[in-house]
Design a protein around this ligand. Structure first.
Ligand code: ASP
Length: 332
């Protein structure tokens, strides 16, 4: 009787989602050599707080009956604005000290997708990617062309001062000093961690979405583009399988088409979300030498967050409403 009353209430109030609808969201803020005792307590708390704000922002949209596309966009925007992560404000610097950002988004219901690469000054590159998807016939725009498009569509721009943090300046100096000591080429890409951000979600209609945003890799050669804006590599969503957002050494994720491969193994080989994500991250990438991890969700609301590094900044709110905010491997 009670249950019937709830169903009627839900039908009368559009936007109210039944508690048993399989909504779920997962987010990441990068994977890498993240071990206990490495960072100050203040920094760790700021990271946990930002992860919680982002996952709750996205989940709030899903609870109100909003779409997974809106949920992943909102969650990623919170992380872009948080200076602790390598996206938007706080993005890493290129070898010439500039900020060049990449982002992409994909709608699992339609397979529509949008992406921007190498953009400068756009406060929220994920919004630019979404505009490319909705307001252009294209999937990806790059550099000046993408910036002009974003300006034409009213997106907010910020000066370098807003993006560049002391932490990233010091990180670049350290990497470049290490390189000159070791006599390595300045195009060397190795990094101790990758703090790209991303979100995946399933909404009450069973629609999946994925979004990823990044400054790329610290000391990358200017003009370099990684996996994050590449549909199939750093981002993929298809209602028939899953939604994936990746973080890690982009060149490996591009070569192994990681996000698409996880979805394809579910569709073609009948693997579960957990088996598929785990195989690609802990076998395929490990054998290739590619460090990183992914977050993934399927239409039933299952969540997988495997990584092959020491840690991954991650958070999820699962179908039962339980909240997870984790950094280290043994947080689980
Ligand atoms: N995957 C990103 C890139 O290669 C880096 C990251 O995940 O932090 O550009």
């Amino acid at each position: 009787m009670m249950q019937r009353g709830l169903i009627i209430l839900a039908l009368l109030l559009p936007g109210v989602v039944m508690a048993d609808a399989p909504i779920a969201i997962a987010i990441h803020g990068g994977a890498g050599t993240i071990e206990r005792g490495q960072m100050t307590e203040e920094r760790e708390q700021a990271i946990r707080d930002a992860l919680e704000r982002a996952v709750r922002e996205g989940h709030g949209i899903l609870v109100e009956g909003g779409s997974s596309m809106d949920a992943v966009t909102a969650a990623v925007q919170v992380l872009e604005d948080a200076p602790e992560f390598n996206a938007g404000r706080g993005a890493v610097l290129t070898n010439t000290g500039t900020v060049e950002m990449d982002a992409s988004i994909m709608d699992g219901a339609t397979l529509d997708a949008g992406a921007v690469a190498g953009v400068r000054g756009i406060r929220s590159p994920i919004h630019a990617a979404r505009k490319v998807m909705h307001k252009s016939p294209h999937v990806m725009l790059v550099r000046d062309g993408a910036e002009e498009f974003a300006r034409d569509h009213g997106l907010e721009f910020k000066d370098d001062d807003w993006f560049i943090t002391d932490f990233r300046l010091q990180q670049l100096r350290d990497i470049q000093a290490r390189e000159s000591d070791e006599g390595q080429a300045s195009t060397q890409l190795s990094e101790d961690w990758f703090s790209t951000v991303g979100a995946v979600a399933v909404d009450a209609d069973g629609n999946l979405a994925a979004a990823t945003s990044t400054g790329g890799m610290s000391n990358k050669r200017w003009g370099r583009v990684g996996d994050s804006p590449i549909i199939g590599a750093g981002t993929y969503a298809d209602n028939r399988s899953c939604a994936v957002s990746a973080t890690g050494h982009g060149e490996f994720f591009i070569r192994h088409v990681v996000a698409y491969d996880i979805c394809a193994r579910m569709s073609h080989a009948g693997l579960s979300l957990a088996e598929s994500a785990n195989t690609v991250v802990n076998q395929v990438l490990v054998e290739a030498g590619g460090d990183g991890g992914v977050i993934a969700v399927d239409a039933q609301g299952n969540v997988a967050m495997p990584f092959n590094t020491a840690g991954m900044y991650r958070a999820a709110i699962r179908t039962d409403g339980s909240v997870e905010i984790s950094i280290y491997r043994d947080d689980d």
